[in-house]
Design a binder for this molecule. Structure first.
Ligand SMILES: O=C(CO)[C@@H](O)[C@H](O)COP(=O)(O)O
Ligand SMILES: [Fe+2]
Length: 218
């Protein structure tokens, strides 16, 4: 079995049953829980904010992988670390002071990642690559779960893996959006380490089994 990390996205969960949805992830083979924060400005949708993260933090036993889809994320980094974030991804397109924000995340004791929209070239993370624990490549346009995977992501993952390897780094590559059984293996072969899966997991009849099958297929 590969050591690929599976990160179910809580965005696709039943929010009226959030405690049990978090317990489901606790009881699964998933290593991380992916938490999508949307501000209605950077992306055309609102998800949830700090009180929900604090509630998740009370029950979650997995690594909390917070994906901030918010303008100027530097304003809220401490709040999300205090709310339990282990990893924080901020968008290159949303921060005017990316270097400063990445270093703030690390100074706060969390792992730092830059997220890139499908249109953003991987070269935009190169100047900061040495400082990053992870790069999150969006494989849909951010803002909504349940969208179709953008096929050009495979090449982007391959290119980024080569860039990371050529520098002798161990930066993780996370792929987020439309991930399912039909594209997961190819993403891992291209060099992805972390796969976010929202609707594929939570909309399945047996999410725990779906996660186990996904891991076994890699
Ligand atoms: O960040 C996002 C969407 O903006 C993702 O994390 C989605 O929540 C993934 O959901 P699926 O595409 O797997 O349904
Ligand atoms: Fe996400």
């Amino acid at each position: 079995m590969s050591n690929t990390i599976i990160a179910p996205s809580i965005l696709a969960a039943d929010f009226a049953d959030l405690k049990n949805e978090v317990e489901m992830v606790n009881n699964s083979q998933a290593e991380w829980l992916h938490i999508d924060i949307m501000d209605g400005m950077f992306v055309p949708n609102l998800s949830f904010g700090l009180p929900v993260c604090q509630a998740i933090n009370k029950y979650c036993k997995k690594v909390q992988d917070v994906h901030l889809m918010i303008e100027e994320p530097g304003r809220y980094l401490k709040d999300f670390v205090d709310a339990g974030a282990d990893f924080i991804s901020i968008h290159a397109e949303a921060s005017r002071h990316l270097h400063k924000d990445i270093h703030t995340i690390k100074e706060l004791g969390a792992k730092a990642a830059i997220a890139l929209n499908p249109h953003s070239p991987i070269e935009s993370v190169e100047p900061l690559l040495e400082d990053l624990d992870m790069v999150l490549l969006m494989s849909v346009n951010p803002g909504f779960g349940g969208q179709s995977f953008i096929g050009s992501t495979f090449k982007k993952v391959e290119k980024l893996r080569k860039m990371i390897d050529s520098k002798g780094l161990d930066t993780l590559i996370e792929v987020d959006g439309g991930v399912k059984d039909s594209n997961a293996k190819q993403l891992v072969e291209a060099g992805a380490n972390v796969l976010v899966a929202g609707s594929f997991v939570f909309n399945s009849a047996d999410p725990i089994q779906t996660i186990a099958d996904l891991k076994a297929s890699l």
